[in-house]
Design a protein around this ligand. Structure first.
Ligand SMILES: [Zn+2]
Length: 283
C-alpha cells in the first residue's frame, strides 16, 4: 500500500465513489500491488461439461505496476528440473531450459494483443501489459519438471505425451509426441490452470462438449468444442478447439486464455481494499 496521501479528516470518506471495504481506494491510483498465485483453475477459472482432472493449481507470483493510464502485470513462475529414464542434465538441460524460456516468451507475445483493463474507483482507466517470465530454481519451484528420456515406442503404439499433473508437476518427454517448443507452450498453459480444450472417444456426438471460462468483470465465455479432424474410433466422437490448448501445434491464443490474469489481478486489488472492475480487452 502507498502511504503518500494525507489521511482524510475523521468521518470523511476518502475518494469517490465509495465502494469496497475502504471506500474503494485502499491503494493510490498508481500504487503497485502484488500477490502469490495459488489457485486451482478448475472451478475458479473455468468449468467443463467433461473433466480430465479436478486439480490444476496455478502457482507463481504476480506483480502489478501502474502509471496514470498504463502499467504492467508481471507473471513469474519458477521451475525445477530433474532427469530420469536416460535424460541427463548434460544432454537435456539446455534444450529444456530454452524451451521453458521461449514458451514464456510465446505466451508474452501472444498476450501483447490484449491488455488487462483496470477501473479503480476515483482513478483513470488503466490498460496494463502482461509479461511472462520464468526462473529455474533448485527447490521449492512452482512447477517441478521431470525431464524423461524414455525412448519413443514403435508405431502404431501411441507415442509419449508430455503432461502436467495437478498444475505443479510436469513430466516432459524428450522423445514425446509433437515438437518440443510447442509442447512446452501447451504444458505451461496447464500450469496457468488452463484446461485441455479437447476430448476424445465420446460415445455420443451430442451434446457437443463445452468449456466455460470465468470472465472476472466480463461475462463468462462458453466455448463449444468442434468436431475434431482427428479420426475417431468407430462409434466414437472426437472434439477439440482452434486454440493452443485444443489442437497439437496450434498457435492461437483467444482472449479467454488470459481471463485468469484478470481474475488474479482483481483478487490482488480486493485484498488491498479496492473494488476494481478488471477485464481483458484488445490492445
Ligand atoms: Zn494438454
Amino acid at each position: 500500500m502507498c502511504g503518500d496521501a494525507p489521511p482524510p479528516p475523521s468521518g470523511e470518506i476518502p475518494g469517490n465513489p465509495p465502494g469496497g471495504s475502504t471506500g474503494g481506494t485502499g491503494l493510490c491510483c498508481a500504487c503497485p500491488a502484488e500477490g502469490d498465485l495459488n489457485t486451482n483453475g478448475f472451478s475458479n477459472y473455468f468449468s467443463t461439461s467433461y473433466s480430465h482432472s479436478n486439480l490444476l493449481t496455478n502457482k507463481g507470483k504476480m506483480k502489478i505496476t501502474r502509471t496514470e493510464e498504463g502499467g504492467t502485470v508481471a507473471i513469474v513462475k519458477s521451475f525445477s528440473l530433474a532427469y530420469t529414464a536416460g535424460a541427463t542434465e548434460a544432454a537435456n538441460k539446455a534444450t529444456i531450459t530454452s524451451a521453458i524460456t521461449s514458451a514464456m516468451a510465446t505466451w508474452q507475445s501472444s498476450a501483447s494483443n490484449y491488455r488487462i483493463q483496470v477501473e479503480q474507483p476515483g482513478c483513470k482507466t488503466q490498460k496494463l501489459t502482461m509479461t511472462y517470465a520464468s526462473t529455474i530454481v533448485a527447490s521449492g519451484a512452482d512447477v517441478a519438471v521431470s525431464v524423461d528420456g524414455t525412448a519413443a515406442p514403435t508405431p502404431p503404439t501411441p507415442g509419449l505425451r508430455s503432461f502436467v499433473q495437478g498444475g505443479t508437476a510436469m513430466t516432459f518427454y524428450t522423445n514425446g509426441v509433437g515438437d518440443i517448443p510447442w509442447t512446452m507452450v501447451h504444458e505451461i498453459g496447464h500450469t496457468f490452470g488452463l484446461p485441455d480444450e479437447y476430448i476424445y472417444d465420446l460415445t455420443s456426438a451430442t451434446p457437443a462438449p463445452t468449456v466455460t471460462f470465468k470472465g472476472a468483470s466480463l461475462p463468462d465465455k462458453t466455448v463449444t468444442l468442434s468436431t475434431s479432424a482427428i479420426a475417431a474410433a468407430t462409434g466414437k466422437f472426437n472434439f477439440d478447439a482452434d486454440c493452443v490448448m485444443g489442437r497439437n501445434g496450434n498457435g492461437k491464443y483467444p482472449e479467454y486464455v488470459f481471463y485468469w490474469v484478470a481474475i488474479e489481478v482483481q483478487k490482488i486489488f480486493t485484498a488491498a481494499g479496492v473494488n476494481a472492475v478488471v477485464k481483458v480487452v484488445a490492445a
